[in-house]
Structure formats: structure tokens, C-alpha cells
Design a protein around this ligand. Structure first.
Ligand SMILES: Nc1ncnc2c1ncn2[C@@H]1O[C@H](COP(=O)(O)OP(=O)(O)O)[C@@H](O)[C@H]1O
Ligand SMILES: N[C@@H](CCC(=O)OP(=O)(O)O)C(=O)O
Length: 368
């Protein structure tokens, strides 16, 4: 068994995320048998002295049938109405199911503000920590009924990756209706399953698509992004099928694992790289990209373009010549100051502006 699989098998604190497509069916709503099987697997792992936070989607899917809605709605208001009805059904089903093992559940509904704002982040941290200390299983979802477009996480894969870091999890398990990462959408005939992702080269050239069940949100795109986020922050990830939950939580050789980076990012650097909202972007030339990936500060000379309205102290994305994000950092200038400085070497800029645009300490590379 690979080192990453051993780490996941031995994790003492876990985040398990289950997707809508694994828990709900378009016609008949919540699949209680599947939910019970998932809870069986979680309870077995808890009994082996592991603390688990469950991130569960499925509120919208579970709310469709009671509201006589045939398929997943497209507009936000109807989704929110479905989530309002479905979340209650979901929480009730989990309370009943965990009750079979005398386990207590606590519901935690989050909006992105709860992790994007640092004070809220610490507040959420305290709640999780106390729930776990009291032996409860926190069941988390996005607070869909109040989350407007601006404050949405967008998908629960990302939410699960953020929660994994927030609670200091030893591993993240993403359960879906597909049994791993393939070199293309298996529904389009892709056959090769990738057992382990160690570096970017293992996923280069594969095609990842959106959800094909019509129930899920982000498809494999969001799972891959979440796996990169968690693994990049030092947390090993397993992506497996919900039908294999017992195996996935019980050390069987299933799914795709993502090897973690060697170092775990501090809370501040994780927040900066993955949770904070970005207020703009700086486009870099190849030399500057290479420098920041070697953990050097970003100087004005390597910047070729500036977009967005930001002030010194805001978080910005640093992108390469093809607009692919390579890092995020705290910028030391207002957006209005930069056009006169970019592309110029230090001795060409006025003395009062001779400083790093993003200091190495305030910069988190997104590529390994
Ligand atoms: N490269 C790929 N490997 C595996 N699945 C893929 C890939 N590309 C697209 N998919 C699709 O992503 C779906 C899982 O995403 P989604 O339905 O959003 O799940 P969930 O509801 O669990 O979040 C799979 O059913 C599959 O059809
Ligand atoms: N919060 C929404 C789920 C959003 C979501 O990310 O769904 P999924 O892609 O199935 O994990 C719900 O409970 O229906």
C-alpha cells in the first residue's frame, strides 16, 4: 500500500464529503439505504477512535420530491427553497441513522464568509473543535437558503477542502458516484483509472468534465480542484465511490489518492492561498513566474499587466502569460500606482516605490 494510503488509513481526524449524486435520485429524493451504508462506514471508523466531520450535499436533491419539482431547478430562489426543505430531511435522516450507533450529530451550515473572514474562520474552528471534543459528528453543508451568488462556496468539494484545513484534518475523503479519477469522463467511455496522483504530471492531459447525473454541482472539475487545494496544503486525499464507503474508510485499495505536499500550510498561508477573496490579478512574465515558484518576492520588473480595483494589503491572484493562476499574495501597492511601475527595474522607479510588489512572506505558490 502506498504511503499516502497508509496515512489515510491511519488518520485520527477525517473529513468525509458525500455528493448529491451519491445520496439522492432525481425521481425519488433521498436514498436512505445509501445514507445508512455511509453512516455504517463512518460509525465503524469512529469506533476505531477517529474523529469525523461529514460534509454532506443533497439538500437540494432531497427537497425536490416534497415540493413536486421534477428536476434540479436552475434559478437560485427555487434551489434555495428546495434546499430549505431538503436540509431538514437530510439532517433528520442523519440524526436517525447515527442514532442507531448512539452517535449524536450537530448541524453546521456555513457560507463562504465564515471562512473568508478571518475572525469568522476562528469562530467556526472553535465550534468544530468543541463538537468533536464532545463526541458529536458535525454534519456540514453550505447554508444554501441564505447564500447569495456572491457569498456562495459554489460547491461542497471546495467547502470540504477548506473545512479539512480548518479542523486540522489528517485526511480528506471525497465520496461520489464515480469510483475515482479517470483520464476522461467514464460516461464518455474513458477507461483508465488513475490510482495515485503524486504530481501535476500525473493529471496532465486528462479531460475532466462537469456532473453528468444532473444532481451534482461541480463534477470532476471541482473535485480535482478541491483535491489539489487539500493536498497542496499537506492533507492527503482519497476520491472514491460512495458505494465503496466501507472500503474507503476501512483502508481498502479503492479510488484515487492524491499525495500531500511535504509541508502543511499555516492557517494564515492557507487562508491567503485558498480561502480569501481575490481583488485583482497581476500578470507575470516567465522569469517572474519562475522566481516566485522558487519562493522569491515579486518585483515590478516581472509584471506585464494589472487588472482589478485593489488597495495595498488586498489579496490578488498572480497569473502567468496564459492567465493561469500560479500564486496568490498580499499586494503592497494600490492598483492605481502600479501601471507606472510595472516592467521597470528597481533603479528606474522613484525611491519611495522601491519595494517588492508582493513580498515572499505574503505569497503562496499554487503550483508544486
Ligand atoms: N475525468 C473524470 N473522471 C471521473 N469522473 C468524471 C471525469 N470527468 C467528469 N466526470 C463526472 O463527474 C461526476 C461526479 O461529479 P458530481 O456529479 O458533481 O458528483 P457529486 O455529486 O458527488 O459531487 C461523475 O459521475 C462523472 O460523470
Ligand atoms: N449545498 C448543495 C450541494 C452543492 C454541491 O456541491 O453538490 P455536490 O456537487 O453534489 O457535492 C446541496 O446540499 O444540495
Amino acid at each position: 500500500m502506498s504511503g499516502t494510503r497508509v496515512e489515510i488509513a491511519e488518520a485520527r481526524r477525517l473529513v468525509v464529503k458525500v455528493g448529491s449524486s451519491a445520496l439522492t435520485t432525481a425521481g425519488s429524493g433521498l436514498d436512505v439505504k445509501r445514507l445508512d451504508e455511509l453512516v455504517d462506514a463512518i460509525a465503524a471508523r469512529v469506533a476505531r477512535n477517529c474523529q469525523i466531520v461529514l460534509v454532506s450535499s443533497g439538500a437540494i436533491g432531497a427537497g425536490l420530491a416534497p415540493l413536486s419539482l421534477g428536476k434540479r431547478p436552475r434559478d437560485l430562489a427555487t434551489k434555495q427553497a428546495a434546499a430549505s426543505v431538503g436540509q431538514l430531511a437530510l439532517a433528520h435522516a442523519y440524526a436517525e441513522s447515527f442514532g442507531r450507533y448512539s452517535l449524536t450529530v450537530g448541524q453546521v451550515l456555513l457560507t463562504s464568509d465564515d471562512v473568508v473572514r478571518r475572525a469568522h474562520y476562528r469562530n467556526a474552528q472553535r465550534t468544530f473543535s468543541r463538537l468533536l471534543a464532545l463526541g458529536a459528528v458535525p454534519v456540514v453543508n453550505e447554508n444554501d437558503t441564505v447564500a447569495t451568488q456572491e457569498i456562495r462556496f459554489g460547491d461542497n468539494d471546495r467547502l470540504a477542502a477548506l473545512v479539512a484545513h480548518l479542523i486540522g484534518a489528517d485526511a480528506l475523503i471525497l465520496l461520489s458516484d464515480v469510483d475515482g479519477l479517470y483520464d476522461g469522463d467514464p460516461r464518455d467511455g474513458a477507461k483508465r483509472k488513475i490510482a495515485e496522483v503524486i504530481s501535476e504530471s500525473d493529471v496532465e492531459g486528462i479531460s475532466v468534465g462537469m456532473s453528468s447525473s444532473g444532481l451534482g454541482t461541480g463534477g470532476m472539475v471541482s473535485k480535482l480542484a478541491a483535491a489539489r487545494t487539500a493536498a497542496g496544503a499537506g492533507i492527503p486525499v482519497l476520491l472514491a465511490a460512495a458505494v465503496d464507503a466501507a472500503g474507503a474508510l476501512g483502508a481498502a485499495d479503492v479510488g484515487t489518492v492524491f499525495a500531500p505536499a511535504d509541508t502543511r500550510l499555516s492557517a494564515r498561508r492557507f487562508w491567503l492561498g485558498y480561502a480569501a477573496d481575490s481583488s485583482g490579478r497581476l500578470r507575470l512574465d516567465d522569469g517572474a513566474v519562475a522566481a516566485i515558484l522558487r519562493r522569491r518576492s515579486l518585483l515590478a520588473a516581472g509584471i506585464t499587466g494589472v487588472t482589478g480595483k485593489f488597495e495595498a494589503g488586498d489579496v490578488v491572484d498572480l497569473v502567468d502569460a496564459k492567465d493561469v493562476p500560479v500564486a496568490r499574495g498580499v499586494v503592497a501597492f494600490d492598483a492605481s500606482e502600479l501601471p507606472d511601475l510595472i516592467g521597470r527595474s528597481s533603479h528606474e522607479v522613484p525611491v519611495e516605490h522601491r519595494r517588492e510588489v508582493v513580498h515572499a512572506d505574503d505569497l503562496v505558490p499554487l503550483r508544486r
